[in-house]
Design a protein around this ligand. Structure first.
Ligand SMILES: CSC[C@@H](O)[C@@H](O)C(=O)COP(=O)(O)O
Length: 368
């Protein structure tokens, strides 16, 4: 995608050919700054502090983290240690473990002296594949938006609600939930996106609004509690969200608040779609309540980040001093509330059978 007319991915190699550049998402939307990662510790810190975030981008950064580590110490002991270090950065997004396992499988049988080169090649491949998967999600989601457009008078806007940021900033490029929206907008369909602000970290207000604006997609930011009201008034045609981990039976973990949107969509007969690449499916789980839910610092609830009067990015307290806060950061939407899953291989019902029919190779591999 383009920022200030310049094409970007969210992760790329520095000019020296070995360090790894990412966009600092803690500074957006007010500052577009990049960070150069030169060690696995810096990669792990970038994931944990959410300089990079979004399930697919977490996986891609971890893959490059392994490459950075192998460059300085390609021993078996170092490989085990970095897989453990990176694996502990964030608990919910299964793409992290998928990417680390892929790197382990690729590297473990190799002689240490060739591991660094192999790791960089594998990380680059994983990133290219993520772009292709997300683009394919866009291809398969576009007809769902077209179908809604076909039931409306020509030119009437199609209102799509999304939660958190599942756009290109959350992936290597294109995004998951936003990929069909970009495709629809580029195809000339009059889409308009309701962007949930997504407290506590405001990924919707800060990141989704930023990237939709940069691409020229009409959108409006709403507070997290507005979605149900808009649905009751017929002002939401469909919901599309991303996910950090989806079970083999179609239960969906995504940013906290997603479940409430699914309930409201169900009550108002609004279709609720979840867009995901196959690395986000945890084939080992059949119950969404087994998904580990990340708890982050209370400060994310008690404080907001924004621009102060001097134009500097600053943090502001919004909770009564002394009041404790609790910060579960994901929730689980049961499969029964999900209209369908939009994947790189097509649209599937959110059921074990639906997923296994689209991904017989992966479902079988997990069962073996
Ligand atoms: C395409 S990414 C889907 C999800 O990762 C996204 O919806 C989300 O919840 C991101 O959470 P975050 O805590 O910002 O990493």
């Amino acid at each position: 995608m383009k920022i200030h007319g310049q094409p970007y991915r969210t992760i790329w190699l520095a000019q020296d050919g070995w360090r790894v550049c990412v966009i600092d998402q803690t500074r957006l939307p007010f500052r577009f700054e990049t960070v150069t990662l030169g060690s696995v510790e810096q990669a792990a810190d970038a994931i944990a502090t959410m300089i990079v975030r979004g399930a697919p981008l977490i996986g891609a950064t971890a893959a490059y983290g392994v490459a950075l580590a192998m460059r300085s110490d390609p021993s078996d002991a170092a490989l085990d240690a970095v897989l453990a270090l990176l694996g502990a950065t964030r608990p919910t997004a299964v793409n992290l473990h998928w990417a680390l396992n892929r790197m382990r499988v690729r590297l473990v049988g190799l002689k240490p002296r060739v591991r660094a080169q192999a790791a960089y090649t594998e990380a680059a491949l994983l990133c290219d594949e993520d772009v292709a998967l997300c683009r394919a999600i866009g291809d398969h989601g576009l007809p769902l938006i077209r179908e809604i457009a076909s039931r409306k008078p020509v030119g009437e806007r199609i209102n799509i609600l999304t939660h958190c940021n599942a756009g290109w900033l959350a992936t290597v490029d294109w995004g998951t939930a936003l990929a069909p929206i970009y495709r629809a907008h580029d195809a000339g369909l009059p889409v308009h996106v309701w962007v949930d602000e997504t407290r506590p970290r405001n990924q919707g207000a800060a990141l989704t609004a930023y990237e939709l604006g940069a691409h020229g997609v009409p959108h409006s930011v709403i507070v997290d509690n507005a979605g149900g009201h808009l649905m009751q008034r017929g002002q939401v045609d469909m919901v599309i969200v991303g996910t950090d981990r989806t079970t083999a039976t179609g239960d969906v973990a995504n940013k906290i608040g997603t479940y409430l949107k699914a309930l409201a969509a169900h009550d108002n007969s609004v279709p609720f779609y979840v867009a995901l690449p196959s690395p986000t499916i945890d084939w080992s789980l059949s119950d969404g309540f087994s998904i580990p839910i990340e708890e982050r610092a209370a400060r994310e609830v008690t404080h907001l980040s924004g621009l102060n009067e001097d134009g500097d990015v600053a943090s502001f307290r919004v909770v009564a001093p002394g009041s404790p806060a609790v910060n579960p950061t994901f929730d689980v939407t049961p499969a029964r509330l999900v209209t369908a899953l939009i994947t790189e291989r097509g649209v599937a019902p959110a059921t074990a059978e639906g997923l296994a029919a689209l991904f017989p190779d992966l479902a079988r591999g997990a069962a073996a």
